[in-house]
Design a protein around this ligand. Structure first.
Ligand code: UD1
Ligand code: UDP
Length: 363
């Protein structure tokens, strides 16, 4: 039996872990998985709903770290996680993505000389002002296995002298997209609830620190989305971070912009699939737009998911009012031609991750 200690803590990590944990739980997998939730995300609609809907096994430990500045939050994670790892003595740690919970897992494993595997490794924005970029680079450099979603990620690792750690498996969020879309359609009817018509609304998310923490950028984004909502309903499940900053900066949200609390993954999948357009700064939502053939406007100056841009389904606008508005209106008038590209694997990344871990530990 292999003992794997998985560290998760933020919304996108629950989605990613759902795919892999279900493979670990299969009969004959030979894996005992210990789930550790750092508590980075703690609201019911940012955490618990994902465990319930996606049947993620309940965590054995919740470190209850909560929010804080980067140093404070990550520091408390390091201290609490180290104790758990010393007690559990796993064969390997498993971490996902690029949050502070990812970084804490990578650092604890490396200091305790326990091998660590990083899922969604090798992604780069080449913008070191992003906290996520620092978390990715450090994690990839201390992990023994870096599971990559795409060729670009493998190349990024190679450029940093880490080619020997890279294993191309595909993207676990694509596994989830295939696995849960059918279930979502059986359980939810979100269009009535949110009073939108399938195909006739824009779905928006926004939470990236570079957008929320800067009053000018946030104002420009809210105003552009507000103007767009005069053309077509814009549904905006709002991240608590963004809600807090809108209040802090006393920004006026146009009445036509439909702000709703964060939705669960299954409702989100349905809302994404039937949107006329997705407006976002999320990493995961950009990819999901691509999986479901929905045009995407990304309110960032760069992206890690360059394939979605290269094929014409994703356009970067930064936080520019004019660019967000013009690009969105153009996309609503004309969808891009089908790309036919499948850069993110075959929907079996999770099984390949299990095989990769076994292969590493055998050596
Ligand atoms: C974090 C990740 C980001 C990821 C995002 C996914 C880091 C550095 N950032 O950003 O990469 O894209 O998660 O959603 O790890 N809050 C609540 N309730 C919650 C969680 C957060 O109210 O359950 C509020 C708090 O005011 C908190 C703020 O949101 O200070 C930010 O939360 P935090 O976890 O620090 O970063 P995110 O912006 O969520
Ligand atoms: N998501 C969700 N409900 C929401 C917003 C996002 O279920 O209200 C899902 C989304 O479908 C994707 C993941 O959360 O699977 C992305 O997380 P987020 O945008 O918070 O983080 P990022 O991917 O940018 O790190």
């Amino acid at each position: 039996m292999i003992k794997i200690l998985t560290v998760i803590g933020a919304r996108p990590q629950f989605v990613k872990a759902a795919a892999v944990s279900s493979v670990f739980a299969e009969k004959g997998s030979d894996v005992q998985e210990i789930l550790v939730h750092t508590g980075q995300h703690y609201d019911k609609d940012m955490s618990e709903i994902f465990f319930n809907e996606l049947h993620i096994p309940k965590e054995k430990y919740n470190l209850n770290i909560g929010s804080g500045s980067h140093g404070d939050q990550t520091g408390r994670m390091l201290s609490a996680l180290e104790k758990v790892v010393m007690d559990e003595k796993p064969d390997m740690l498993l971490i996902y993505g690029d949050t502070n919970s990812t970084l804490a897992g990578a650092l604890v494993a490396s200091k305790l000389h326990i091998p660590c595997a990083h899922v969604e490794a090798g992604m780069r924005s080449f913008n070191r002002m992003m906290p996520e970029e620092i978390n990715r680079v450090v994690s990839d450099h201390v992990c023994q296995i870096n599971f990559c979603s795409c060729d670009v990620a493998m190349k990024n690792l190679a450029n940093e002298g880490r080619a020997h750690t890279g294993v191309l498996v595909g993207d676990v969020m694509y596994d989830c997209a295939l696995k849960f879309a059918g279930l979502a359609a059986k359980l939810y009817a979100p269009f009535e609830k949110f009073q939108v018509k399938a195909g006739n609304y824009v779905l928006m998310t926004c939470h990236r620190a570079e957008n929320t923490d800067d009053p000018e950028r946030l104002k420009s984004i809210i105003n552009a989305a507000g103007k767009l909502s005069a053309e077509m309903p814009v549904l905006f499940p709002i991240h608590p971070r963004t809600k807090n900053f809108i209040e802090k900066y006393s920004l006026t949200v146009p009445e036509t912009l439909k702000l709703v609390p964060p939705v669960g993954y299954l409702e989100m999948v349905l809302l994404e699939k039937s949107a006329g357009l997705i407006l976002t700064d999320s990493g995961g939502v950009q990819k999901e737009a691509f999986f479901y053939d929905v045009p995407c406007v990304t309110m960032r100056d760069e992206t890690e998911w360059v394939e979605t841009v290269e094929c014409g389904w994703n356009i970067l606008t930064g936080a520019s009012y004019e660019k967000i508005l013009d690009t969105s209106l153009n996309f609503l008038k004309k969808k891009p031609a089908k790309s036919g590209r499948a850069p993110y694997g075959d929907g079996h990344a999770s099984e390949k991750i299990l095989a990769g871990i076994k292969n590493y530990l055998k050596k």
